[in-house]
Design a protein around this ligand. Structure first.
Ligand code: SAH
Ligand code: MG
Length: 212
């Protein structure tokens, strides 16, 4: 049922409302020669829902791009409190994201950490533990990012990862990365430290709740 385009359109129409700042952030990659691979509005809403549901105050995002998903996450934080640390290797992406966060009025609660995720995550440990970790950068390193999340999230925290469906190829893998994400999803499902779900919306969000 969730593959049905009419149903996907319905969810988008009813649960994908955006304000001007979000719309501009979603358009920004196209205007700046960046890949148009931001989460969809209804996926952003899911991320916001999950973060808000656990009262997240410290969020880590791996893969900023133009700041689109970051705005959804930053707006999940309680007013005047909390922080989103978002990691981006490409300085141009980081610059575009900085503008998106300013337009959305969330610059005060967002810190863009520029650099390779491996090094940036190692440094970020000092700010932990964290409530929420959203993984959306290089898929080949999803397993390493999950290791980091399990070490740096509090009990009751959530680790979520985008592109769990690989554009549908998850059921018929065509390349190494598809296989890596298949194993990643299976690990999310099986790890005894997590209670996990895969939300088959957009390109799929797999999310795990860290057990105490
Ligand atoms: N979460 C964003 C989309 C992220 S696209 C949104 O939905 O709006 C993935 C981003 O991760 C790109 O901007 C890319 O430059 C960045 N990235 C990829 N590999 C990375 C790495 N190893 N370290 C840091 N950033 C990386
Ligand atoms: Mg993605």
């Amino acid at each position: 049922m969730t593959n049905n385009q009419a149903i996907a359109d319905y969810v988008h129409d009813v649960f994908g409302a955006e304000d001007e700042a979000l719309r501009l952030a979603r358009d920004a990659p196209g205007h700046n020669g960046m890949p148009a691979i931001s989460v969809r509005p209804e996926e952003g809403r899911v991320l916001q829902f999950l973060a808000r549901a656990i009262g997240a105050q410290k969020i880590v995002e791996i893969g900023t791009l133009a700041g689109y998903s970051g705005i959804w996450l930053a707006r999940a934080l309680p007013d005047g409190e909390g922080k989103l640390y978002t990691i981006e290797a490409d300085p141009k992406h980081a610059a575009v994201a900085r503008e998106s966060f300013a337009r959305a009025g969330v610059s005060d609660r967002v810190e863009i950490r520029e650099g390779e995720a491996a090094a940036t995550l190692a440094a970020l440990r000092a700010e932990g533990p964290f409530d929420f970790c959203f993984i959306d950068a290089d898929k080949d390193r999803y397993p390493a990012y999950l290791d980091w999340a399990l070490e740096n999230l509090r009990p009751g925290g959530i680790v979520a990862a985008h592109n769990a469906l690989r554009g549908g190829r998850i059921v018929a893998p065509e390349n190494d990365t598809d296989h890596i994400v298949r194993r990643f999803n299976a690990r999310m499902a099986d790890d005894p430290r997590l209670v996990s779900i895969l939300i088959p919306l957009g390109d799929g969000i797999v999310a795990g709740l860290v057990q105490g």
